[in-house]
Design a protein around this ligand. Structure first.
Ligand code: AMP
Length: 419
């Protein structure tokens, strides 16, 4: 066993696996930027207070935080999510509203590692600050939906709910508390009840099921304004033909959520862990961080879990790591130094062998690389100022070309191959 390995819940992601991560972010960037969202890069570490503002009843804050005192005696934490950092950045820079942002990067939570749950995990997400318009809720949800479509993931269900206005929510929480106080709950859910009755609805323990089933639902507490907002969101999604399922028990984590909340569930995943991502409207977070009252809405999608769902559906085929050309140099390797450089500068992907291997070993490397052509330089070619081009994938004869003709010759061959 090596002396060092990755910490629990943390992983190395190597090529070719890592290519999927890049593709994931590229597709998300395309979707967000087509809609006028700007890329934001908040720091990975913030003052602990930025995250404690997310709510004292939130597990990612109370139990899972990677916090420590730095050498300057500041109590800091690695971010468990990115909404709080984006809101802190808004207060610090006060950009023009609506401030439409997207982000991508790792978060840290000290959770029990398991498949689909890691201590360092990546999310992509969107946050918009400064507008209360229900049409914005539609835009944000539609962007999430469009992302899955472009990625090619099909078995996704959109779950939708409204938590009402803060007053509606408070009355609903009271009703839930009295319902659950006289219900049969597990000890863990009793502990949750004392802190945040809404979160009892998230329990996946079967012993809690009947109490949750019988619990009152939030729609009975919606004010007229909240009901109207929700109706506009629904109408918008229907106009876009985005299917959704109303889930009146979808509450999500943060204390600041109000009105629209939603989740994207992966239908191929185990139901206890099928949330690919989710989000909603939040109020009060910007204010808690020292800014003016500012409405916000956003979502975060987990990269790791979405990729598991992609595997289930075979979204990504075999990774394409093949190069176009492999240079075989039997005259010492120095010619390959120049040729690879020249071809790469012309935009042709090219690899080579090192360590003075035999012609046979280099040809083996060429075949393994998946290259369409081997470019061969031996002493004859060197003397004639030529190189040999040998097709590897298509069969066909080896030809010799003048060195000065190599780049245009390969370019036209590769173009033809792509046609
Ligand atoms: P949350 O920020 O808790 O609403 O999570 C949003 C999404 O991030 C989830 O639906 C997961 O896909 C992903 N996620 C959250 N926590 C983890 C974790 N520990 N490991 C991997 N993915 C996670």
């Amino acid at each position: 066993m090596p002396a060092f390995q990755t910490s629990p819940g943390m992983r190395d992601i190597l090529a070719p696996e890592s290519a999927r991560w890049r593709r994931f972010t590229d597709v998300f960037a395309e979707v967000a930027e087509l809609a006028g969202y700007g890329f934001v890069i908040p720091p990975m570490m913030e003052d602990l207070g930025v995250f404690t503002r997310l709510g004292e009843a939130t597990e990612i804050v109370t139990k899972e935080m990677y916090d420590f005192v730095d050498k300057g005696d500041r109590h800091v934490a690695l971010r468990p999510e990115q909404t709080a950092g984006v809101c802190r950045a808004y207060v610090e820079h006060r950009p023009i509203t609506p401030w439409k942002t997207w982000y991508s990067g790792p978060n840290f939570r000290y959770e029990k590692p398991q498949r689909g749950r890691y201590r360092q995990f990546d999310q992509v997400g969107i946050e918009v600050l400064g507008s209360d318009d229900a049409h914005l809720d539609v835009e944000v949800i539609a962007l999430g939906w469009e992302f899955y479509r472009r990625l090619g993931l099909q078995r996704v269900e959109l779950l939708l709910n409204s938590l009402g206005e803060p007053g509606d929510r408070a009355r609903y929480i009271d009703a839930l508390r009295s319902h659950f106080e006289s219900a049969d709950l597990t000890a863990q859910s009793r502990a949750t009840l004392a802190k945040n009755p809404l979160r009892v609805l998230d329990s996946k323990r079967s012993e809690d099921e009947s109490a949750i089933e019988a619990a009152p639902t939030i729609d009975q507490y919606w004010s007229d304004a909240a009901a109207e907002h929700f109706a506009t969101v629904r109408a918008g999604l229907e106009a876009l033909a985005i299917p959704y399922t109303i889930d009146l028990k979808l509450v999500r984590g943060l204390d600041y959520y109000r009105r629209t909340t939603f989740e994207f569930a992966g239908l191929t995943l185990d139901s206890a862990q099928n949330a690919l991502g989710g989000g909603g409207r939040y109020d009060g977070l910007v204010e808690a961080l020292g800014g003016p009252p500012t409405p916000g809405i956003g979502f975060a999608l987990g990269v790791d879990r979405t990729l598991i769902a992609c595997d289930d559906e075979g979204v990504f085929g075999a990774p394409d790591t093949d190069v176009d050309v492999f240079v075989v140099d039997t005259v010492g390797g120095g010619e390959a130094v120049v040729l690879t450089h020249e071809l790469r500068a012309a935009g042709i992907s090219v690899d080579r062998s090192f360590d003075g291997r035999s012609m046979k070993a280099q040809m083996k490397g060429a075949n393994r690389s998946g290259a369409a052509y081997a470019v061969i330089v031996g002493s004859d070619e060197l003397a004639a100022d030529e190189v040999a081009i040998r097709p590897l994938r298509s069969g066909g004869d080896q030809v010799s070309v003048a060195r000065s003709e190599l780049v245009p010759d390969l370019q036209s061959r590769l173009e033809e191959g792509n046609r």
